[in-house]
Design a protein around this ligand. Structure first.
Ligand code: CMC
Length: 457
């Protein structure tokens, strides 16, 4: 790019005229053509030629937490946060939640189109066929303590799967990619259920390949002595819908982790393990667990108003299950989940925690603190209540999220690999530390071992 005419990499529909007041030079930065839904951007690399001296690095953008930076082009999921719209491959989430199956959605996310009957049957067959895991997985699961968090166990076991499938590292081979994707989708429910049984001290239940994806998962979690598990149809439907709602959500923290780790060309088991680790955090997938802890702490409907005042008072408490980086109106998934909660509670009965949740929502939606910050319930606000009414323990909620999100992570991972513009993810930094200084030390290395007086108390 010359100082008066851009030679930026994007063929733009318009340009940004930039004047550098340090030098008086003006630059023309092309604006990329609007994408399907009108998204526009400039390429950060087009700013690099802006500099004072010829030998300088050039101008960077500074964007902690990616508040306004697109890290990729993606055709998988579309969100309009102001209008509360979520679509997978163009299909509104409301329609998919009502009519589709989770495996159909997993196919759609990956392939871009809905499957034909033959494709769906084959896909379902392949995933069902690969539900079993190597027996050694049980051996190292038994090494976890009885109170291990299931998300720690899931992260580790998924990462360990990469050692069972060394060919998975051949990520440029479409057949290897395919079988890894099938294996991950097939084995995640099995691993999740194994973690559940370990924590409960119950014997492992192996997959039953006569059952659907969701029924089989519920069977591995809940079956006891009965020869064939029959799940409650309301619970089966609820979990199928929740899996669809959680299947993808464009460039969220965990998907960004999968893409970033996958960009080093590591195998997909390791990349997905990174996604599970990112999901574990309470600001992300861990929020559904945190909502339940918060409700427990509130304890009674009469304490809700006081709790809300505490949140507003800036004591560090957040209203968990509220707010979203992208949605600045009602999260469309939360709307569906709320309706689903009604269906489930018709079966199991309303409990006092739902009353607390409803009161929290009522007060927050009419309070200026939340309204002015556009803080609305997100998907995690009601999911925990549904999971708990299905008798899942609180620390297992995020595991359920991880099983479903695996579909999205894999679609995004493969899209990243097929994107010719992608390279290893490697952000820049703005260095704020010392300038160069000379090393000198007064340390005596000979005493740097465990001190004799450091007796464990
Ligand atoms: N309760 C109270 N205040 C909040 C909340 C909340 N849940 N969320 C944001 N705020 C306030 C925040 O204090 C800030 O106020 P101020 O401008 O006075 O400093 C303002 O709203 C903007 O917040 P932010 O932290 O800059 O917003 P963000 O986009 O960085 O954070 C979020 C998004 C989801 C991390 C945040 O809203 C949050 O912590 N929510 C609670 C955790 C949660 O429910 N997470 C699940 C997200 S949905 C599922 C998923 O993606 O996993």
């Amino acid at each position: 790019m010359s100082k008066t005419e851009s030679k930026g990499t994007g063929a733009g529909d318009g340009a940004l005229e930039i004047k550098d007041t340090r030098t008086g030079s003006t630059y023309s930065v092309p604006i990329m053509p609007p994408a399907t839904e009108g998204d526009t951007a400039i390429r950060a690399m087009d700013l690099r030629p802006i500099k004072v001296e010829a030998g300088e690095f050039g101008l960077m953008t500074y964007d902690p937490a990616f508040m306004n930076t697109a890290s990729c082009k993606s055709a998988i999921t579309f969100i309009d946060g102001d209008k509360g719209i979520l679509r997978y491959r163009g299909y509104p989430i409301e329609q998919l939640a009502e009519k589709a199956s989770f495996l159909e959605v997993a196919w759609l996310l990956r392939n871009g189109e809905l499957p034909t009957q033959a494709q769906y049957d084959d896909w379902t067959h392949q995933i069902t066929f690969h539900t079993y895991v190597h027996e050694n997985i049980k051996t190292f699961l038994s090494g976890f303590r009885y109170d291990a968090h299931p998300m720690s166990m899931l992260t580790s076991t998924v990462a360990a799967l990469s050692s069972f499938y060394p060919n998975a590292k051949n990520i440029q081979d479409p057949e290897e990619r395919h079988i890894s994707i099938v294996r991950l989708l097939a084995k995640l429910p099995t691993l999740a259920a194994f973690c559940f049984r370990h924590v409960k001290g119950l014997p492992i239940i192996y997959p039953d390949n006569d059952l659907s994806y969701v029924e089989n998962f519920l069977s591995m979690v809940a079956r006891m002595s009965e020869p064939k598990y029959e799940s409650n149809p309301v619970f089966t439907k609820a979990l199928e819908v929740l899996f669809i709602l959680h299947a993808d959500h464009e460039q969220n923290c965990s998907t960004n982790a999968v893409r970033a780790v996958g960009s080093s060309h590591v195998d997909p088991f390791s990349a997905v393990a990174a996604g599970i680790a990112a999901l574990y955090g309470p600001l992300h997938g861990g929020a559904n667990e945190a909502v339940l802890h918060m409700i427990k702490e509130i304890g009674d409907v009469k304490n809700v108003a006081g709790f809300i005042e505490g949140v507003k008072g800036g004591k560090g408490n957040r209203l968990m299950g509220f707010g979203h980086r992208v949605y600045k109106s009602y999260d469309p998934r939360a709307r569906i989940v709320k309706k689903l909660a009604d269906d489930v509670f018709k079966v199991v009965g309303v409990d006092k925690d739902l009353e607390i949740a409803l009161e929290l929502e009522r007060i927050a939606l009419s309070d200026d603190y939340f309204v002015s910050r556009k803080l609305y319930p997100n998907v995690d606000f009601y999911t925990g209540l549904i999971y708990r009414s299905m008798a899942f323990p609180t620390d297992f909620f995020t595991v359920l999220f991880a099983v479903a999100r695996t579909a999205g992570w894999l679609a995004q991972w493969e899209e990243m690999l097929n994107d010719k513009e992608q390279k290893i993810a490697r952000p820049r930094q703005i260095y704020t530390g010392y300038g160069e200084r000379a090393y000198s030390t007064s340390l005596d290395y000979s005493v740097a071992t465990a001190r004799k007086d450091a007796v464990r108390k």
